[in-house]
Design a protein around this ligand. Sequence first.
Ligand code: NAD
Ligand code: GLY
Length: 366
Amino acid sequence: MQKVELDYTLKVSLGDRSYPIYIGTSLIDDPGLIAWAFKQKKAVVVTNTTVAPLYLARFKDTLGKLGVETLSVILPDGESYKNWSTLNTIFDELLSAHCERGTVLVALGGGVIGDMGGFAAACYQRGMPFVQVPTTLLAQVDSSVGGKTAINHPLGKNMIGAFYQPNLVLADISTLKTLPLRELRAGVAEVIKYGLIRDPDFFEWTEANIERILQGDHHALAYAVQRSCANKAEVVAADEREQGEREQLNLGHTFGHAIETGMGYGEWLHGEAVASGMLIAAELSKRLGWLSDEELGRIESLLRRAGLPTTCPNLGLARYLELMRHDKKVKNGQLRFVLLRKIGKAEVTDVADEEQITSAIAARCT
Ligand code: NAD
Ligand code: GLY
C-alpha cells in the first residue's frame, strides 16, 4: 500500500452546501481526512462487483477506524444497469438495514455508481448525506463533482434524476492503477473537454502530456484531475442548476448521448461517445465559420493520440435527429448545441438548419 499523500484540495463554493474535493494518493486509507463527513456512525457504501473486490474492504477498514458501522450494497457492473430496477435494489437495502436520514451514503466506483448512488441519496427519506469516492478517471475529473445524479431511460440517457450535491469528493488517484486502459482513455475525453470549452492553456498542457496521462504517471493524472475539477467547480458555483454557463460542460454530449442510447447502453463508453460527439461539434463549428481547419485538426489529432474515436457510428441521420430531440438543452422544441468559437471558448447556439447538423454528422460517420 502506498503512503497517504494529499496533493490538492479544492472547494466547490455553494454557500452552506459548499464541499471539498481532496485529490491524492491512498486517500481511501486515511480516516483523519474524512472523519468530519461521518457525523452519524452508520454508512452504506454503494459499489459494484468489479470495484468491491479491489477497494471495498480497504475503505470499510478506514471507516471502521472512525467507529462507523458500514454496510455495503454491491450492484451489477455496467451502464446497462443504470436503471430503475438497480436503483430500487439500493432502496431495498437501505430500508432493510433501517438506515436513517442521517446515515451517510458513499458511492465507491465510477460515474455509473456515482450517478445512481447520488440519486438514491437524493431520494431516500428526501435526502441523506452523500460522499463521492470516484475510482475512474472520468468520475474523478467530472461526474463526482457538481451534483448531477441520474438513471437512464430506454428512450434517453440520464433522463430521470436530480441535482444533489455531495458533502465530500475523495479522489484517490492510486485507484486508477487498476483501471483498464480503455476506461482511462474514456476519462481523457472529459479532460480534453475542459480545455476546449474554457481553458486553452490546459488544452495545450494536455497536448504536451497525453502520453504521460496514458502511461498512468501519478503527477500528470493528479494535475489533470485538479485542473479539470477546478474548471468544473467554477462553472458549478456560477450556475449550479444549468440555467446558462453550465450548459457548456455538455460539449459533445448532444451527439454523444444519441450514440450511447442509439447503440444500446454500454456498447460505446460514455467518454468515447463524448469524444466522437466533440468532433462532430467541432466539425459543425467549422462549417459555421467559427473554428479554423487548423484548430479542427488539432482537436482530431489529440483525440486520436488519446486512442479515442474520431468517427461516429452510422445510426442513420434521421435516427440521430430523433435521439437528439430528447436532449436536455432542447428549448421549445428547438435543438441547441454547445459549439466552439475557438479552442478554449464554447458557446451555446440554436442551429435551425437541420441540413447543417446532418452534414456535420455525415462527415464523421463511418
Ligand atoms: P463506469 O462507472 O461504468 O466505470 C467504468 C468501468 O470501470 C466499470 O466497469 C467499473 O466497474 C470499472 N472500474 C471503476 N473503477 C475501477 C478501478 N479503480 N479499477 C478497475 N475498474 C474500475 O463508467 P465511468 O466512465 O466512470 O462513468 C460513466 C457514467 O458517468 C455514465 O453513466 C455517464 O452518464 C456518467 N456521467 C455523469 C456525469 C455527472 O455530472 N453526473 C458526468 C459525466 C458522466
Ligand atoms: N457533465 C456535465 C455537467 O456536470 O454539467
